[in-house]
Design a protein around this ligand. Sequence first.
Ligand code: SAM
Ligand code: SF4
Length: 442
Amino acid sequence: MSPLPAPRTFRVKSFGCQMNVYDGERMAELLAAQGMEAGSEDADLVVLNTCHIREKAAEKVYSDIGRLRRDDGSSPLIAVAGCVAQAEGEEIMARAPSVRVVVGPQAYHRLPELVAEAAQGARASDTEMPADAKFAALPQRTRVGPTAFLTVQEGCDKFCTYCVVPYTRGAEISRPFAALLDEARALVERGAREITLLGQNVNAWAGEDARGRAVGLAGLIRALAELPDLLRIRYTTSHPTDMDADLIAAHADTPKLMPFLHLPVQSGSDRILKAMHRSHSAESYLRLLERVRAARPDIALSGDFIVGFPGEAEADFRLTLELVESVGYAQAYSFKFSSRPGTPAAEMPGQIATAVTDARLQRLQAAINRGQLAFNAASVGQRCMVLVERRGKHPGQWLGKSPWLQSVHFTGDASIGDPVEVELATAGPNSMSGRLLHLATA
Ligand code: SAM
Ligand code: SF4
């Protein structure tokens, strides 16, 4: 390929989960540390940080590559990162000649090197999966803002039959305790007041604390709660099997840990859960939620659901609807089953017709929306701390999150990063309005 001038500006576009948002920020920090400037639409280097979890998400990368072509027929230097790069690196290189760099989610610390090779005319690729070399090679955090993500765990050993994560992100690894405390301190020094700990199975995190004692996620959360200027801690996504007694106890004994739990169940039918190779039943999941509620009665619950998994009968789907009604989720995500090449579910008999899956998704989403509205309506009148994240659309309006992760807008005298006390005044399905009482004390 012909050489290009070394890129001076860059743009990182992330798709998919919060872990990709985190990775996108780290790539931006890495490029900035090389002297490149964050640029606009017409940046010299565009990094597409992709998602492979569902077919639609994976296909998006090809349409995005096409859209990057400029009017004069040229393209910026295009790098494809993330899980599509990991799963389909060679195919991308073959299908999209304008892509010059392919880099997997465990190798993006090498992005500057690969970009330099590509600028000299090579097509550069790295989809190796070393355990956790990436994090040690990344520069200090430089991002600012009141809320921040911090990846503590990556990968998955659970091999649910529908899921690509164990193949694209590799085996489960936990980042070391000391490195996480250092990164959290750096984020707090730069203005973070809330940190969300991330992992594909974040509650599988395990490590050794400063005294060499074995600790789980609860131990890490309690240590982070000691940082004086950090006001709030959240974590996502959890797996029911890794929800241990200590983490449940942390919801009772650590006030900075917010009363919110995203705990995917996927289906309300044990027959389908077995075919999905989930290690829990509907009943054991519900019992687990009871224990969490006993520890933190006001906890807001969230979940993930897949509809139209191979073999899902109407009766199985009804069990999912019943589970949704009985839990009373504050919010939840629902997805149509997407057949992913190489996963066992893609080869299972009983694939469900699209029209049936579409209709079930609509029914499930209607049930989830009803629950969400009911949860928000029940919060009206509550006084709580809202952490101000940004300005709203109207003059003097601010947006932030309640402890239960509801989006709250209010007007009044405040600034980004302020913890303010608000009375929740009106409820919609996706947001609430609040009445500003005063600046909250941490
Ligand atoms: N590890 C978490 C767990 O299993 O409890 C979930 C993390 S996964 C990356 C995020 C969500 O994507 C899953 O909970 C599932 O609902 C959805 N998902 C994964 N593979 C899918 C597929 N092939 N089709 C549809 N949804 C899928
Ligand atoms: Fe995917 Fe979650 Fe199952 Fe792991 S536990 S395979 S990330 S759905």
